[in-house]
Write a protein that binds this ligand. Structure first.
Ligand code: NAP
Length: 254
């Protein structure tokens, strides 16, 4: 579970690459979209709140980055048909996909399992694992069209060691880790396509604030500070690395 926190990305790392970021309107996804664009990528901003995606779009344009694209999608309620249509649109626009960062995530509730609401459990599983899995299936041909493509699934420390009260969130991240092992094994002979998991670690975002309301956010790394590992995994310097688990920062107590 290595960590590339000191990775220094060349400014043109992602030049001529088309990269899709889910949950690109806020938190870590927003920072990743901005950072990928700063390093030359054409970023497809996917998310459920269009105004947030538009703000990121404007920030990329204002910084002189390659013109991004916006793809509104809510994983809750998204169907196989939606993912197929999405793949068709991207095929028409770009013909390939060089990178896919699965970042969108839902915390659900931190509560004893006895009190966990079944409907909420399903929502968390849909947003955190089922939606991303079927989206990946639809996008595989486009990823296979690229010379060197990287799929990153976002995990969590509770996806590697279970913790009381984390319910569906923890289970969805364990499923993420398992799915990536399966897919990486299947793709073993396709050396131009890699898939790995990345645990951001405790990071100053809305989700972290909801999970730990009493915590002082100033004690946490910002999304911008954890970008080196994201860049390394998305760019060609990690070519050939697949089926592995990464951390974007050194582990802390929780
Ligand atoms: P965040 O600030 O809450 O951002 C989550 C993003 O996911 C938002 O852009 C949100 O869109 C999007 N999203 C949520 N539900 C969605 C849906 N149904 N359809 C489409 N997009 C949806 O959280 P974050 O902390 O940046 O988390 C990013 C990833 O890192 C998540 O996978 C999370 O599990 C993981 N993670 C975070 C931490 C941490 O300490 N922050 C630690 C470990 C793992 P809206 O803004 O429109 O709601």
């Amino acid at each position: 579970m290595s960590c590339k926190i000191d990775y220094q990305a060349p400014v043109d790392l992602l030049e001529n690459r088309v990269v899709l970021v889910t949950g690109a309107g806020d938190g870590i996804g927003r920072a990743a979209a901005l950072s990928f664009a700063r390093h030359g990528a054409t970023v497809i901003l996917l998310g459920r709140t269009i105004e947030k995606l538009e703000r990121v779009y404007d920030e990329i344009e204002a910084a002189g980055g390659p013109q991004p694209a916006i793809f509104p999608l809510n994983f809750e309620g998204a169907t196989l048909h939606d993912f197929d249509e999405m793949a068709k649109t991207m095929d028409k626009e770009f013909g390939r996909l060089d990178g896919l960062l699965h970042n969108a995530g839902l915390l659900g509730r931190i509560t004893p399992f006895e009190q966990y609401d079944a409907e909420l459990w399903d929502q968390v599983m849909q947003v955190n694992i089922n939606g991303p899995i079927w989206m990946t299936q639809a996008l595989l041909p486009l990823l296979q069209n690229a010379d060197d493509a990287s799929i990153i699934f976002t995990s969590s420390s509770v996806g590697r060691k279970g913790r009381a009260y984390w319910g569906a969130y923890s289970v969805s991240k364990f499923a993420t880790e398992g799915f990536v092992e399966v897919l990486a094994d299947e793709l073993e002979s396709q050396t131009q396509l890699r898939v790995n998991t990345l645990n951001p670690g405790a990071t100053r975002t809305q989700m972290r604030q909801s999970a730990y309301p009493g915590e002082d956010p100033a004690t946490l790394r910002t999304p911008e500070e954890i970008m080196p590992t994201y860049l390394w995994l998305m760019g060609p310097d990690s070519a050939g690395v697949s089926g592995q688990k990464f951390d974007a920062q050194p582990p802390r107590q929780r």
